[in-house]
Design a protein around this ligand. Structure first.
Ligand code: UTP
Length: 303
């Protein structure tokens, strides 16, 4: 069954970025001139996922406005003949078919994914975290979809991190799958995963493989999430449900693989990573990149 639906959880409180995120959703913080979540929707669309479900919550209404048509603004820009900006604001409303469901309370990422159940139904689907920005030059999602199509089960994206940082992520024991040749655009290493733990201490971590914010999930995950009790931090953790999927037999929708991601990735909900994303993408920006890079070199030289 081909995958067409993407679920983008964006209902978290964003406490690490307060006070900026008191009234403004962290997903709308601009990375140069585009809100962080638009990069994520573009990534989903580029992987062929044209049906996007946003999981939103209180104070997150503006996210939907961003993906809607803005007739008043369009009229003003058309009148002025400002066609580039007109194209840009129309584009965000045309990237995908956007749906939304509200998570009544931020009870954790696992609970946010469970809110997608009615929309997704019995199909495999992708989950992309709304504050997790991945460099478009490394299309990991396409590789993950290929793995699902050839091997079944569920698939996560993995990144190697220094041991002392593993407690910021979910982690898993990973065994390389021999001769895994992917039909996707970038040949990646594929691992069979077991023993998943959410935010382990460096001593208890099963490996230095961190699970990052891209998932391709079998719909069997919904029954599991429904029964998953609150875990770390009192939240319903997606990692706990993935641990169960990893142990289940394939005929029940079980099995869990990881695809190694070796590109650039930023957690835009973290202030330092957000700033790195802004600088990186500003340097690459077609209009202001050269001028910004020159200024940046002078500025860092003067530090
Ligand atoms: P985070 O771990 O970044 O949590 O969530 P957070 O609450 O958003 O941010 P902090 O830690 O308070 O700063 C990872 C992803 O899961 C979503 C978030 O929006 C983010 O995309 N999420 C998290 C939900 O949609 N609902 C939740 O209940 C929790």
């Amino acid at each position: 069954m081909s995958i067409t639906k993407a679920v983008i959880p964006a209902a978290g409180l964003g406490t690490r970025f307060l006070p900026a995120t008191k009234a403004v959703p962290k997903e709308l913080l601009p990375v140069v001139d585009i809100p962080a979540i638009e990069y994520v929707v573009r990534e989903a669309a580029a992987a062929g996922l044209s049906n996007v479900l946003l999981i939103t919550g209180k104070t997150k209404g503006a996210i939907l406005d961003h993906f809607d048509r803005a007739w008043d603004l369009e009229a003003v820009l058309a009148e002025k003949g400002d066609l580039d900006r007109l194209r840009a604001i129309r584009e965000s409303a045309q990237l995908a078919t956007i749906h939304a469901v509200r998570q009544a309370a931020p009870r954790g990422l696992g609970h946010a994914v469970l809110c997608a159940r009615e929309h997704v139904g019995a199909e495999p689907f992708a989950v992309l975290l709304g504050d997790d920005l991945i460099d478009a030059r490394t299309p990991v999602l396409a590789s993950m979809i290929s793995v699902r199509e050839t091997m079944g089960g569920s698939v996560v994206a993995l990144m190697r991190v220094p041991r002392e940082q593993i407690s910021l992520y979910g982690s898993a024991a990973a065994d390389l799958v021999d001769d895994a040749v992917l039909p996707g655009p970038s040949p990646s290493s594929v691992f069979r995963l077991s023993n998943l733990v959410e935010k382990p201490s460096p001593e208890d971590a099963p490996s230095d493989f961190a699970i990052i914010g891209r998932y391709v999930l079998d719909p069997a995950v919904f029954d599991i999430l429904d029964e998953t009790p609150p875990g770390r931090g009192g939240e319903i953790q997606l990692t706990d449900a993935l641990a169960r999927l990893a142990e289940m037999p394939p005929e029940l929708g079980g099995g869990l693989h990881g695809v190694l991601f070796d590109g650039r990735r930023y957690d835009t909900g973290d202030r330092l990573d957000y700033l790195k994303a802004v600088v990186r993408l500003a340097v690459d920006h077609p209009e202001i990149g050269t001028e910004f890079a020159t200024w940046l070199a002078e500025f860092t030289g003067a530090l």
